[in-house]
Design a protein around this ligand. Structure first.
Ligand SMILES: NC(=O)c1ccc[n+]([C@@H]2O[C@H](COP(=O)([O-])OP(=O)(O)OC[C@H]3O[C@@H](n4cnc5c(N)ncnc54)[C@H](OP(=O)(O)O)[C@@H]3O)[C@@H](O)[C@H]2O)c1
Length: 299
């Protein structure tokens, strides 16, 4: 078992069982290019944060952001592709006085140097920042052009980190060659307990080349929950502090030491509480990961 932040608070001589309590800090991983640590569980915003002005739509998202902060989550991933998500994240995090507490990541998703500059400038305004934590090239669209601009933006402090993203296995080779050229701080891609192409070489390449890894679609857009519907967790999952299928799926991902942060998407405060909970306590080791794979392939 890989240990999280664990402390024994029982005392010998007292007529109680020793209690194991985890302190309140979520497991953190260092961004290799800076050594800055970030919590392993973040939040995706595709679909869920593309809402209008109505309180009925925005209030549940405020609860999600409050819970995120309360449980120590930091990274929120957006994109101009996600409709109003950047604006909603900017508005709500500012209303809650949390904007500067979050690690705000968004993307550039267009073709052309000037178009990229205009889109990224708009993202800064929508997210209500003068500097964003991470700007990524979405789905590698026109990535050479945008990365050149972003190098300059990083030097001038408009962004702290730069990266590239994709969501399909067929893009992993291209991501890997970018990772090996060491021109990005972050790479974001798809990985889940059933969709493990990244284990072939991309995860290792990122680790070997000092690039931080963000995992998207950890639940295969929710398909994993449909797959396990009516199925039970194994009794031994309690050994890893796993209380739900979401935590089972997320702990599999974050127990790969190459993963820096995973960004499950949700608009539901119960779900984000569940997801953030996976960032605490024990993580499965190599044997534990094997058992998880066996379980998921035989149920
Ligand atoms: N190319 C790219 O850059 C790219 C591509 C894809 C995704 N992304 C990023 O990655 C994020 C995550 O991917 P995704 O949102 O597509 O898929 P996902 O995180 O794999 O799954 C999201 C789905 O799972 C449900 N869910 C979340 N937590 C749950 C829980 N604890 N229990 C039960 N259901 C739960 C959500 O419903 P509820 O809302 O009801 O909780 C939603 O239907 C995106 O939001 C986006 O930020 C980036």
């Amino acid at each position: 078992m890989i240990k999280g932040s664990c402390a024994i608070i029982g005392a010998a001589g007292f007529n109680t069982l020793p209690l194991f309590a985890f302190n309140n800090t979520m497991i953190n991983r260092a961004i290799p290019s800076s050594k800055e640590k970030i919590p392993v569980i973040g939040l995706g915003s595709w679909q869920q944060f593309d809402v209008g002005e109505a309180n009925a739509e925005r209030n549940p998202l405020k609860e999600v952001l409050l819970k995120m902060n309360e449980m120590g989550g930091k990274m929120i991933d957006a994109s101009p592709m996600y409709g109003r998500a950047e604006q909603v994240i900017g508005d709500l995090s500012t209303e809650l006085a949390l904007n500067n507490k979050f690690f705000l990541a968004t993307k550039v998703w267009t073709t052309g140097k000037q178009e990229g500059i205009e889109q990224m400038t708009a993202s800064l305004q929508k997210m209500k920042r003068t500097s964003l934590d991470l700007m990524q090239v979405h789905n590698l669209q026109n990535w050479q052009t945008h990365l050149k601009t972003l190098q300059g933006w990083k030097e001038s402090g408009k962004v702290r980190y730069i990266g590239v993203t994709h969501y399909t296995d067929s893009a992993h080779d291209r991501l890997e060659s970018i990772v090996k050229s060491k021109v990005v701080d972050f790479v974001q891609f798809n990985y889940s307990i059933r969709s493990r192409n990244a284990e072939k070489s991309l995860l290792k390449a990122a680790r070997d080349n000092g690039v931080a890894v963000i995992i998207n679609e950890p639940f295969e857009q929710g398909e994993l929950f449909r797959f396990v519907k009516g199925k039970s967790l194994p009794a031994w999952s309690e050994d890893y502090g796993i209380k739900s299928w979401a935590q089972f799926f997320l702990k599999y991902i974050i127990s790969d030491p190459g993963v820096t942060c995973v960004i499950p998407g949700t608009s539901d405060v119960k779900h984000i509480t569940d997801n953030l909970g996976a960032g605490f306590g024990q993580l499965p080791d190599v044997q534990g990961r094997k058992k998880m794979l066996e379980w998921i392939t035989t149920i």
